[in-house]
Design a protein around this ligand. Structure first.
Ligand code: 5GP
Length: 255
């Protein structure tokens, strides 16, 4: 189907193709789900479609409050046109409540509210398991300058404020999330933009009332149907009509 397009990069959940204009890529969302550094794998029908739509929704919302992103426009069910950027090799994680690796590392109960949002950095390297790194490493190894790190932290906190508010509005607690940033060059001047995706693959989302998990932990911890959880998030945000399910398997006759 997409054989004539030049593949630029294939990751675990997405593929990048050359875009129609120089400086653009087409980002394709796969149905593949992986966890624990790809030790656990599955194909979840419909996940790519949901993440494409949800990431579009978040990127457009963030752009509307002045956060620069790589998102240009959604092209179809699984693809979006994005601006090419030089990816900073860090996973920028923002946490509002302890969960996941923080809960484990610090011996905290999952769901404990943190005194304030915490931003941390992991070095993006699957072979090392994306290790947590201090800012000293980032500066010393030249992954980002001190000024860029400061800019990344403020960008991440603005994303957190907007995302937390939007989620709270639909009865969901934003526990934590991961973003990636990239550099674009205006002449010789580098500027940071939000890149990659924002979706339930990269966030922890808990229902406020019930505590039900509506994110990739459903897959990581075998808690149920992942596409159902993502569909619930999409419905609440109004990006899917509430009568649509994720499994339209057969064409239906319209009388
Ligand atoms: P933790 O460090 O607790 O595993 O993850 C913190 C947050 O960042 C979670 O919302 C998790 O989904 C996200 N996150 C951390 N590493 C990755 C990653 O490699 N890929 C994705 N998609 N999300 C990640």
């Amino acid at each position: 189907m997409m054989a004539r397009r030049k593949l630029v990069y294939e990751g675990k959940a997405k593929i990048l193709y050359e875009g129609p204009e120089p400086g653009t890529f087409v980002q394709y969302f796969k149905d593949d789900a992986t966890a624990f550094n790809a030790e656990k794998k599955a194909v979840i029908e419909g996940k790519g479609v949901l993440n494409n739509r949800l990431s579009e929704y978040f990127m457009i919302g963030l752009q509307s409050i002045g956060i620069p992103t790589h998102f240009i426009k959604r092209l179809n069910m699984r693809e979006q046109l994005i601006r090419q950027a030089e990816i900073v090799p860090l996973e920028v994680i923002v946490r509002n409540y302890a969960a996941g690796t923080m809960a484990k590392r610090m011996g905290m109960d999952e769901g404990t509210q943190l005194p304030r949002p915490v931003v941390e950095f992991s070095y993006k390297d699957d072979s090392l398991g994306d290790p947590l790194v201090p800012e000293e490493y980032i500066a010393a190894f030249g992954w980002a300058s001190q000024q860029e790190m400061d800019d990344i932290v403020s960008l991440a906190l603005r994303v957190n404020d907007w995302m937390s508010g939007v989620m709270y509005g639909v009865g969901i607690k934003l526990i934590d999330f991961k973003i990636e940033v990239g550099r674009v060059w205006d002449n010789d001047f580098p500027r940071l933009i939000l890149a990659d995706e924002i979706s339930p693959d990269s966030c922890r989302l808990w229902d406020i009332e019930t505590g039900q998990k509506l994110d990739k932990d459903v897959f990581r911890r075998d808690l149920g149907d992942l596409a159902d959880a993502y569909t619930e998030v999409a419905k609440r945000l109004g990006v899917l009509p509430s009568n649509v399910t994720h499994a339209p398997t057969k064409p239906t006759l319209i009388n």
